[in-house]
Design a protein around this ligand. Sequence first.
Ligand code: GLN
Length: 496
Amino acid sequence: MSLIRKTAAELGTMVASGEVTAVEVAEAHLDRMAEVEPKVNAFLHVDRETTLEQARAVDARLRAGEKLGPLAGVPIAHKDIFTTRDMPTTAASKILKGWRPPYDATVTARLRAAGLVILGKTNLDEFAMGSSTENSAYGTTRNPWDLSRVPGGSSGGSSAAVAAYEAPLSTGTDTGGSIRQPASVTGIVGMKPTYGGSSRYGLIAFASSLDTPGPFARNVLDAALLHEAFSGHDPMDSTSIDAPVPSVVEAARTPDVAGMRIGVVKEFSGEGYQPGVLARYHEAVQLLESLGAKVVEVSCPSFLTALPAYYLIAPSECSSNLARFDAMRYGLRVGDDGTRSAEEVMALTRAAGFGPEVKRRIMLGTYALSSGYYDAYYGQAQKVRTVISREFEAAFHQVDVLVSPTTPTTAFPIGERADDPMAMYLADLCTIPSNLAGNAAMSVPVGLADEDGLPVGLQIMAPVLADDRCYRVGAAVEQALESRWGGPLLKEAPSL
Ligand code: GLN
């Protein structure tokens, strides 16, 4: 079997035993990228030589007897919102074109320490605002299952790269669904860890109280290995949690749900959901029941207010975070010809450098935070956020995990929602509550919708710091479905 079809765990074992070198593994993936990138456009930045240099260094460390983790020598696609000192970092925005960060994000540094080889930086919606990658300033990424459709977003380059076998692993960030929704629509596994479980240091901020780095992979165990490689306490991030957590790798290796209580979120199904999504979702729930789980229906009415609350809180934080792009400190500077004031240069730069969705969010957020409106909008949204957290807490007294579809539809056609922000926002209906409450949530593939043959994801939500439960349930679903299908769901990237 060719190297690109191997799992990350297999590749790590092969490199560790000396069966292949990290350089050979990297070359196989770089060749695959050269072949499919013209169709997929998952990467914003690829530099063969920098990648091979990293791979050579990993081989040398292993030859010198250094003990690296289980992913040493495994290639990874890295979302272009994490700073990387040897590669540009743009957040898919024109305002950061050509910016070279002087330091590595904690996630980047931990990937390197574990011996992962960074293949390049992946495309996203500008500053992670969107659900399709259509808001990237550098062109849309295409879904490997159907090149006329979106790969989800905002981490759509990362989901497409893994689904297209360009990389066995990738990183993402999830503020409102940006890991789970793209994982769902490209047929792969995506995990949003507990907020504070993975470091935001060196992650270009969108909404700081929600932003959470997490892994993508083609199977649950690989996602767990990556999760463990870069998560954990970081003194450089003031909201990072310093507490012991159960091993997610162990959980992924223990796919047992017998006796577990699984809550089906009543509010997340029915009208507005694609029939094929609901069919696969209900089957997955039945499957869990057949594996010995106790399934109960749970009502979480406030979850339906999560979307409007998010679209006040996230833009408010965004308007404040993005104020740092002032034409002085980073990247682009427009109109600085000696005749204009700093304010004029700043206004011209921000007008030229930000795309329409980013401007919409900055305006929404500035309005919501302005005096006189603060209590009515931002303050109110924060109250809703508290109610949602309490509802999760109450639910987790009754059940061990909650489940729902990850997103109401399969991958939608490129262009279909580009001019309709509300339709775009609805893609995150089921994912946003977990961001507002900060709990752990995963998307795991559960089959293809009958009407379009496109992947469907099951969302598994667990309490804060109980990320292991997502992996345990996800692995059980994966194992049961694989024996039904006689192999992984994603056998081939269908349209490549
Ligand atoms: N799609 C949502 C938004 O546009 C979530 C994005 C994200 O999680 N980064 O805000």
